[in-house]
Design a protein around this ligand. Structure first.
Ligand code: PLP
Length: 427
């Protein structure tokens, strides 16, 4: 739980910024501008993170090496392309609390979900169900239902969707554990988001993993909204796999190369079925171009293709920043920044909106989801016209995420002022 003493008034926000040890990181990002040249209030890092100023040079380096060296750049570029994806391995491992052998950046998120489910969703007659959130991100629902169909099973009997209690917006931890306890023997795979994209609820991944494993289930997480947002300890928590994208909190750029975690216990699992590609083949003999696949140890063994260097380049720039800041101090600021937003919104005591994200800091990340039953979408559009960005989802929800790397307390103050005034006038 957080225990900050917040005060109203813009001067307080300015004092918080003045004493914020991470305040200078804001200057390492391009903040979008309004038509009149002012900084936008960008609370949309849950959707697309902002561009690190170093991203451009990182891409240019590879463009120059391509121009000057052609194919030779695979070995002789300043950052040789053959092992290029490894330039972010250590930092990625640090980011999600994993060992380097457990992580790889490759593909995109939904592709990685499929690649992981091919190996880790292995239904049998008695154990065939997948547990997801009712409000899971649509791509995850499509991917999961299509995997169920791929095994000639029916989602009506093989999919369990966790639903909040009547009149509640978020799931209760005890309800998740109770379901796993009751139905565990029929569950093949538990696949939840680390943070639900719609409600902003963070799940207790450690407890869910323990409960699932106690019942013999495989446990995976979609960390699209958790990577770069929460402190993660994937190795210690022990899920079998996890996947995430790199363009939200990780600021890797639109469509950035995604991440994948496979727990060390599966690093040499030669019997697991997998969809193979040459980049997952044992490195020493990859270029002998033999007909039979031999997997590399660890998460790298699930790679398919040689990676997109131009898309990895901006991710490198961003991961350098994450490494410099560290998730611990980032999360400390995040808890305070989001707590401050909640404080300001609650002060308004408005009936025109409600916060559906849990109040406890360990049950949420940076994002607050604001339910605006009437006129919310046009409100969201109006604010965007003024350079104030959140986003609108699920018919009645305005999602805003103060991102500790580049949002200031003053951003939060100004957003709250403007939002409260505007929402009052539509209701
Ligand atoms: C953003 C997001 C996606 C998007 O999938 P892509 O394959 O990156 O397009 C999928 N799942 C979740 C949970 C997300 O938050």
């Amino acid at each position: 739980m957080t225990d900050f003493r917040f005060e109203s008034g813009e001067e307080f926000a300015m004092r918080l910024d003045a004493s914020d040890p991470l305040a200078t990181y804001r200057h390492e990002f391009w903040i979008p501008k309004t038509a009149s040249g002012d900084n936008c209030i960008y609370l949309c890092g849950h959707s697309l993170g902002l561009q690190p100023k170093t991203a451009r040079e990182s891409i240019h380096q590879e463009l120059r090496d391509w121009a000057q060296l052609g194919v030779e750049a695979h070995f002789h570029a300043r950052n040789p392309w053959m092992p290029y994806h490894r330039l972010v391995t250590e930092q990625t491992a640090e980011l999600v609390g994993a060992k380097p052998v457990e992580v790889v950046v490759m593909n995109s998120l939904t592709v990685n979900l499929h690649v992981m489910m091919v190996s880790f969703y292995r239904p049998t007659r008695n154990r065939h169900k997948i547990v997801i959130e009712r409000a899971a991100f649509p791509s995850d629902q499509y991917a999961i239902k299509s995997q169920i169909g791929f095994h000639e099973l029916d989602a009506a009997t093989s999919l369990i969707e966790l639903t909040p209690r009547p009149d509640e917006s978020c799931l209760r931890d005890e309800d998740i554990e109770e379901l796993i306890g009751n139905e565990g023997e029929s569950i093949a795979l538990i696949l939840l988001g680390g943070v639900n994209y719609a409600t902003g609820q963070a799940f207790n991944m450690e407890r869910i993993t323990r409960a699932g494993h106690a019942q013999g289930c495989v446990v995976g997480f979609d960390l699209a909204h958790a990577a770069g947002n929460l402190r993660l300890k994937l190795h210690d928590w022990g899920p079998d796999f996890a996947v995430w994208c790199s363009y939200k909190y990780l600021n890797g750029g639109p469509g950035a190369v995604a991440g994948c975690f496979v727990h060390e216990r599966h690093a040499h699992a030669e019997t697991l079925p997998r969809f193979a590609g040459w980049w997952g083949h044992e490195e020493q003999t990859r270029f002998e171009m033999g007909p039979n696949f031999r997997a590399m140890a660890g998460a790298e063994g699930w790679q398919l293709s040689n990676p997109p260097i131009l898309s990895l380049a901006p991710l490198r720039a961003s991961m350098d920043i994450f490494h410099a800041v560290g998730m611990e101090s980032l999360r400390a600021k995040s808890v305070k920044l989001t707590g401050y937003l909640e404080f300001l919104l609650n002060q308004a005591e408005s009936a025109a909106f409600s916060i559906i994200t849990p109040h406890e800091s360990e049950r949420r990340g940076a994002q607050l989801s604001l339910r605006v039953p009437r006129g919310g979408q046009s409100l969201c559009e109006r604010l965007a016209g003024e350079g104030i960005f959140g986003d609108w989802r699920s018919r009645d929800t305005f999602r805003v995420a103060p991102v500790p790397l580049y949002n200031s307390y003053q951003d939060v103050y100004r957003f709250a002022q403007r939002f409260v005034a505007a929402v009052g006038s539509v209701a």
